[in-house]
Design a protein around this ligand. Structure first.
Ligand code: CA
Length: 224
């Protein structure tokens, strides 16, 4: 996936570039509006991360020109916190998402994944696919061939997270944050318990998918 970053705050632009490259995205970065528009019009990107306040041309104008040219590349606007009028104007101008500064890199990465899901990683029947598994996000049924098992909500959310993160390991902190929420009192061993439930269900299904532990990092799904 190739991503264009248009951001004039150099430390932020650099940090974004590093984070995305580290997560296996191909990244081009420019620091002013005119270069941003030029690059965006090349139509080679899967996603454009676009700051609003930029020298030479602002982000909203870039977005409008890009859409006017018929380019439908998803655009994520970066807004200063609380600028609601920017958000509304941005979404009205054809942005797909916005992110308020400052933001956590995990949030940015999660939003990018959400956009790629909207682009079609989710199958027609509302299932996510991983290896020999299909996970239906409406019925919470996990299927391998003709064998199926219903997951409880937390198991489902945990497996969904692992599937959408693909080849990124998920730490216990991230799992707690995404599955149980920030202010929950859940402890790390909760995660271990749910991982063990899921592992038993994968064995029941005779799936070749396993949940591997990356020591000191977290959990990762593998299709063997
Ligand atoms: Ca700016």
């Amino acid at each position: 996936m190739r991503i264009l970053i248009v951001e004039d705050e150099l430390p932020l632009a650099e940090a974004l570039t590093q984070i995305l490259r580290k997560n296996n995205y191909t990244v081009d970065t420019v620091n002013d509006g005119e270069s941003g528009l030029d690059n965006a019009l090349s139509d080679i990107y899967d996603l454009i991360i676009l700051d609003i306040m930029l020298p030479k041309m602002d982000g909203i104008s870039i977005l409008k020109k890009v859409r006017k040219e018929g380019i439908s590349t998803p655009v994520m606007l970066l807004t200063a916190r609380g600028e609601i009028s920017d958000k509304v104007q941005g979404l009205d101008s054809g942005a797909d998402d916005y992110l308020a500064k400052p933001f956590a890199s995990e949030e940015l990465l999660a939003r990018i994944r959400a956009i790629s899901r909207r682009k079609g990683e989710l199958l027609q029947d509302n299932s996510l696919k991983f290896g020999d598994l299909l996970l239906n996000i409406s019925t919470l049924k996990l299927t391998k061939d003709r064998k199926e098992i219903k997951l409880i909500l937390k198991e489902f959310q945990l497996l969904e997270l692992l599937i959408t993160r693909k080849n990124l390991a998920s730490s216990k902190e991230l799992i707690i944050e995404k599955v149980w929420g920030f202010d929950s009192e859940v402890e790390h061993n909760h995660v271990e318990v749910y991982i063990s439930f899921l592992r038993k269900k994968l064995i029941y299904l005779n799936s070749s998918v396993t949940i591997n532990t990356v020591r000191g990092v977290g959990y990762i799904l593998e299709s063997n």
